[in-house]
Write a protein that binds this ligand. Structure first.
Ligand code: PLP
Length: 368
């Protein structure tokens, strides 16, 4: 790869392939694999990533919202797509684009049935979500009869899967809670399956569920963050490869004397002579303002350079006093070696937030 000439997000599809293989190595042969590609495939790129994952043969995709699924269909993706958090407003377009909704409450289930009937659907595939402890979306266990009653009365929809979501699959101190969620899900699945008279797919695990709870793999697993190279645990991080590298360059170097200030509101004051580099990347590109004033850092020629002063919309300034570098040199914000996870720690964030923040202004470049 030639050195960066501007700010880019370099995405290594070989690493994506490697991560899929690693996660699949944790599954039984017949466990289906759902790839979560919401939020531009966790800030990387929706279409290229989905196309590549489709080529690798994943069984399912999931997105959060209808529009994300529509973008995939428009790009020619034919694999089934589960929409995790659809809103009734989008039900018609969802059906028009062959997207499969997660139905998580009586209100939403009834609304979907009405639209499906309106559009003369028969056995339209839907996924019923149950709340087993996250308390975010989903029917309660006590509502299984209600669900069955609504389902019983029509053939417009057919239940393709029953699913739930773990609240603390990466927190090993919460093992008892998680095992309880798994048992609750089993009990719900048993009741609903009996009532339906046919067997839908069952799924409950996200990446950390896959890695920590084989007993929660059921018929399918839903992996997001693992695909992109993070395992929410140093042990698993060491097996996975971050697929994205955020790179920029040095636009200009300045020398500050004692008493000079740097950036907006003069937030940084030089107490000794220093050298700074100005980089063409700012909060509009995904570098949170929280990283300003010494908290965040980048890497230049292998050395760590702290972000000084306030993060601007389009730029940051970093301390290069002790770094041998010149204008035009490449800068690494995060990547496989200096990970988004390490960077996230400096502002009490997590890898998920740092990688999904890279804005659409940043050009995506693919390594195949
Ligand atoms: C985002 C999401 C996932 C993926 O979680 P990871 O921790 O990224 O693997 C799985 N299931 C649901 C319901 C989600 O919202």
């Amino acid at each position: 790869m030639p050195k960066a000439q501007e700010t880019i997000l370099e995405i290594d599809l070989k690493s994506l392939k490697y991560n899929v293989a690693f996660i699949k190595s944790k599954l039984k042969n017949d466990t289906k694999f759902l790839a979560v590609v919401k939020a531009f495939a966790y800030g990387s790129d929706t279409v290229e990533i989905a196309k590549y994952l489709e080529h690798l043969g994943v069984d399912y995709f999931a997105v959060a919202y209808a529009d994300e699924g529509i973008a995939l269909r428009k790009a020619g993706i034919r694999t089934p797509i589960l929409v995790l958090h659809p809103l009734p407003f989008n039900f018609k377009t969802l059906i028009e684009h062959c997207l499969e909704p997660s139905l998580y409450s009586s209100r939403v289930l009834k609304a979907f049935v009405a639209v499906a009937k309106d559009l003369k659907q028969k056995n339209y595939p839907v996924h019923i979500k149950f709340n087993t402890g996250l308390n975010r979306l989903g029917f309660a266990e006590s509502e299984t009869e209600t669900v069955l009653n609504i389902l019983d009365k029509n053939d417009a929809i057919k239940v393709k899967s029953l699913f739930s979501h773990l609240a603390a699959s990466e927190v090993l101190e919460e093992k008892m809670f998680t095992l309880n969620q798994i048992e609750t899900f089993k009990s719900i699945a048993k009741k609903v399956t009996k009532g339906l008279g046919y067997q839908p797919l069952l799924h409950q695990s996200n990446t950390s569920g896959i890695l920590n709870y084989p007993e929660a793999h059921f018929d399918m697993v839903r992996s997001g963050i693992g695909l992109y190279g993070f395992g929410n645990d140093p042990k698993f991080d060491s097996y996975l490869k971050p697929i994205a590298t955020l790179k920029t360059i040095i636009s200009q170097i300045h020398t500050l004397k004692v008493g000079d200030t740097l950036g907006y509101n003069r937030a940084f004051k030089a107490t000794e002579p220093i050298k700074t580099a100005t980089l063409p990347i700012g909060h509009a590109d995904g570098i949170s303002r929280q990283f300003g004033n010494g908290k965040g850092f980048v890497f230049i020629n292998g050395k760590k350079a702290a972000i000084l002063g306030n993060v601007c919309m389009d730029m940051i300034m970093v301390d290069t006093t002790n770094i041998d570098c010149e204008e035009g040199d490449e800068v690494i914000v995060f990547g496989p070696e200096h990970t988004a996870n390490q960077l996230s720690g400096s502002i009490n964030s997590i890898s998920y937030e740092i990688i999904t923040a890279v804005s659409q202004r940043v050009k995506r470049v693919f390594l195949r």
